[in-house]
Design a protein around this ligand. Structure first.
Ligand code: XIL
Length: 640
């Protein structure tokens, strides 16, 4: 496996400062590790997955004159593939981009990786079905992180249904080098002592920096997809734990508790589950109902049985409420075939096979009064019947404006009289307040607002130490969040750590709210709103790399005033004896601790809402404390 990131780190330590600037300057830029442009008349190492023909072609080209054509396919899974065993390093997140165009007709194309360990193959989807035609080129771009040791690794493109010929072109694979995690900040789990705090993860997040971040900050972990039906029983009575077992082994080795998610859901459940003995979609007949409940029982016996006491909490059923129905019950295939008996069966079997485990009914938007009340009524009814429900899971997928603390409090209060446990199971705080918004990078004011939401929500959770028995975030860091593609595709930033695994203001909102804005007074803890009138600038200071005696950092300045600046002067104080040797994005002077940076010719105008970043290299001898106060044109800024 290639070792480029480590090599780069070693180079940064070994090189003289002037050379470091060139390397380090580019630290946030992606490094391209593979391209295929098909301009040299060859297939550039691409081959078929079976006996199909893969050849250079000039019939179509996304750029230049050549592309790759796959023809003679006899199955939809056949397509061009490339060996990337020596390219991909375990634990590094790669972005893979490929252009696709049908030769004739239309289909859906998808991008995947096949990997083999000990001869066993697994298939990871990188980009799902995307419509392609012969009329234009379509781009498939997705992220992939290899989590396990492999002896075979190939990227490939296939189609969903037809065997038509298609072209690919301009393939590129790149990654952004990881930063080390911050080890000198408090662990979330040490600060929050009222209940365990967890994070949901997908496979690759147990290795390298992600694994370190997870075990430093969290007490518990939820496999984000690995325990769902499509992952554990893709075909009837064939159980596979290839996705979940590595996560479980990691959790065990680090002493992390595991939330089992989820035994029964209407999503990520293969269609065979709802197909009757006659090959037709099941309906509400006695025969179909009996078969469905048998399948349900078999599934739970196998999956919950496989992990025994290693899983202490199960989301037995997920998202069964639909408050738009008169009876509040979601019309899933489960419900339409089996009525409420699917819920009764699921809890009964889960209790039998995992008597030690706490059994949960889990749902989203449980703060919405109508939904909350239907859920309450259902739990009350089922408990009265003797159905073994131990707790209600509130997903808490929220955003910076919604819901209020009061609504969230009412949600917890509602369930207290039932005498059951409650858990926050999938919390994230989107920076978006509507589907039409999209920011290339998270704006400073949204991140600030988000920090106050995290602060206020955690303060609320901590008021229920007896009732709330754990809080889980739906992800580890902003580099991997389901909200990047849901409800629409755009970059979101809903978690405590940024895309490079560094602590955000949201983290400080949970851990130490006084650090959210440096010296700025904090608003009342019940209002989720940023402090009033905090000047006209926001500054973010980061150390982006360090080595013995030196470090690299950057300072992002945002003009939060309502008028543009035509020139700017930024000031701060380095109290640890740090001395800047080189700075880009402006001109600097340093007198003792006092640093002054004025704009460069090209970034003097800072529009209202606009930002710019200066980067620098500095030496240090003692400690390296971060500056806590910044001024812009003499006025104090909010420090994030
Ligand atoms: C999401 C996963 O995070 C995604 O990777 C997947 O593509 C779809 O499901 N409510 C739930 C979770 O209960 O299972 C969902 O997880 C997010 C919403």
């Amino acid at each position: 496996m290639r070792a480029l990131p480590r090599l780069l780190a070693a180079l940064i330590v070994a090189l003289p400062l002037a050379t470091i600037a060139a390397v380090a300057n580019a630290a946030e830029d992606p490094i391209t590790v593979l391209t295929s442009d098909f301009e040299d008349g060859t297939a550039q190492g691409w081959a078929g997955r079976a006996a199909e023909t893969v050849a250079h072609s000039t019939a179509q080209a996304h750029s230049g004159t050549g592309s790759l054509l796959v023809s003679g396919r006899t199955a939809a899974w056949q397509g061009p593939s490339l060996d990337v065993l020596d390219v991909f390093e375990k634990g590094t997140a790669y972005t893979i981009s490929v252009w696709v165009r049908m030769a004739d007709g239309s289909d859906n194309a998808r991008l995947s990786v096949e990997r083999r360990t000990g001869g066993t193959a697994a298939y990871d989807q990188v980009v799902g079905n995307t419509a392609v035609t012969s009329g234009s080129w379509v781009n498939l771009t997705g992220r992939y992180t290899l989590a396990t040791d492999v002896e075979f690794l190939r990227v490939y493109v296939e189609t969903a249904s037809t065997t038509g010929s298609f072209h690919i072109d301009d393939v590129a694979v790149s990654y952004v080098p990881a930063l080390p995690i911050q080890t000198g900040i408090p662990s979330v789990k040490d600060v929050i002592t009222e209940f365990p705090v967890g994070a949901a993860i997908t496979g690759a997040e147990i290795v390298t920096e992600h694994g370190q971040l997870l075990s430093k900050h969290f007490d518990s972990v939820t496999p984000g997809n690995a325990l769902k039906w499509d992952a554990t029983e893709p075909t009837e009575n064939t159980f596979t734990y290839a996705q979940a077992d590595p996560l479980m082994a990691y959790a065990k080795s680090k002493g992390l508790a595991v939330r089992g998610h989820t035994l029964v859901w209407h999503n990520q459940t293969p269609s065979w589950v709802f197909t009757g003995a006659d090959g037709q979609p099941m309906t509400a007949t006695a025969e179909d109902k009996a078969l469905l409940l048998d399948r349900l029982e078999n599934h739970i016996r196998n999956v919950a049985g496989h992990y025994g006491t290693d899983i202490g909490v199960w989301d037995v059923v997920n998202e069964v409420i639909d408050e738009s129905r008169p009876d509040g019950l979601r019309r899933s295939s489960w419900y339409t075939v089996a009525g409420l008996d699917y819920i009764r069966t699921a809890f009964r079997v889960a209790r039998e096979v995992a008597p030690h485990a706490k059994l949960y009914i889990n749902d989203y938007n449980t703060n919405v009064p109508a939904k909350r009340d239907f859920l309450f009524g259902l739990v009350q009814q089922l408990k009265a019947e003797g159905v073994p429900i131990d707790g209600v899971g509130h997903q808490v997928h929220i955003n910076i404006n919604w819901p209020t603390i009061a609504e969230t409090k009412a949600m917890f209060d509602k369930f207290v009289p039932l005498g059951i446990d409650q858990q926050v199971t999938e919390m994230d705080v989107s920076i978006y307040t509507g589907d039409s918004e999209s920011f290339p990078a998270p704006p400073a004011d949204r991140l600030l607002k988000q920090a106050y939401v995290y602060r206020d929500m955690f303060a609320l959770f901590r008021q229920y130490p007896g009732e709330i028995t754990s809080v889980t975030l739906w992800g580890l860091a902003d580099d991997n969040t389901w909200l990047d593609t849901f409800p629409v595709t755009r970059k979101d930033a809903p978690l405590l750590f940024d895309t490079r695994l560094q602590a955000k203001s949201a983290y400080w909102g949970v851990v130490d709210p006084s650090k959210i804005t440096g010296s700025t007074a904090s608003p009342s803890a019940s209002s989720s709103s940023p402090p009033p009138g905090t000047g006209t600038c926001v500054v973010t200071y980061r150390v982006t790399g360090s080595w013995p005696g030196g470090f690299q950092g950057d300072v992002k300045i945002t003009n939060t005033g309502s008028t543009a600046l035509s020139s700017w002067r930024l000031g701060w104080s380095f109290t640890g004896g740090q001395q800047i040797s080189q700075l880009w994005g402006g001109a600097h002077t340093q007198s003792g601790a006092a640093v002054t940076v004025t704009n460069a010719a090209w970034n003097g105008t800072l529009a209202a809402g606009g930002s710019t970043t200066v980067g620098f290299l500095a030496g240090w001898t003692g400690g390296n404390p971060a500056p806590t106060a910044f001024t812009l044109n003499g006025t104090a800024c909010t420090v994030l």
